[in-house]
Design a protein around this ligand. Structure first.
Ligand SMILES: Cc1cc2nc3c(=O)[nH]c(=O)nc-3n(C[C@H](O)[C@H](O)[C@H](O)COP(=O)(O)O)c2cc1C
Length: 189
């Protein structure tokens, strides 16, 4: 038996090419609402959702996030970022940053679960998405924190970003899922 939910989980892919169209506001609301229905440790719901759709703000943030990849210790990240056509946010029309109260019990898990709800909710609405790790990497630097402030992207007190993803309508057909690794399940009797 395959439910619609299972079909969505099995067919969601990271999208790396977007149409410039803004997201339908009602769909965006639903996606964020889905995030707020994630489980959280002791039901603390320690999250906050920052939605950025301003093109010039996205472009300024993107340029800085790219520099994190270019300056990374990881050769693969440097190589990807060095490509002339590389765009960290893939020109997506929306970036959502899930911040969490760093003093909460398990904010990293809570925020990641919230983001996964959002990625799946988006897929169920035919909206593409892709996790953006560079946002967390950039915020972890002093330069990054300063730029967020300069751009007016201010999070609630004692919050920091634990999950970030871009959202938008895919510019090309959603690819088939990659084969799954085998041998990653132990069924104990
Ligand atoms: C913690 C984490 C960090 C990721 N960072 C990035 C990223 O910065 N840029 C990107 O294009 N994809 C990023 N991804 C997406 C993965 O590359 C993608 O999920 C993986 O290749 C599997 O493909 P799929 O999502 O289409 O199944 C990240 C995923 C995770 C879970």
């Amino acid at each position: 038996m395959t439910t619609q939910t299972i079909k969505t989980i099995l067919s969601r892919r990271s999208i790396r090419s977007y149409k410039p169209d803004r997201l339908d506001p009602a769909s965006l609301d639903l996606i964020v609402e889905a995030g707020t229905y994630a489980p959280s440790a002791m039901n603390q719901q320690p999250w906050h959702f920052t939605v950025i759709q301003n093109r010039s703000l996205l472009d300024r943030l993107e340029a800085s996030c790219k520099s994190v990849f270019l300056e990374s210790d990881v050769e693969a990240l440097r190589d990807v970022a060095a490509r002339e056509d590389f765009s960290v946010f893939y020109k997506a029309p929306a970036l959502v940053i899930v911040t969490g109260d760093a003093n909460a019990l398990a904010p990293q898990y809570d925020c990641t679960l919230a983001m996964q709800n959002m990625l799946l909710a988006a897929a169920s609405l035919d909206i593409g998405s892709c996790w953006m790790h560079s946002v967390m990497m950039f915020y972890a630097t002093e330069k990054g924190k300063a730029l967020f402030n300069e751009l007016g992207i201010v999070f609630p007190d004692s919050h920091k970003p634990y999950a970030a993803a871009v959202f938008g309508y895919s510019a090309s057909p959603v690819p088939e899922p990659e084969p799954r690794k085998s041998g990653c399940v132990t069924l104990m009797s």
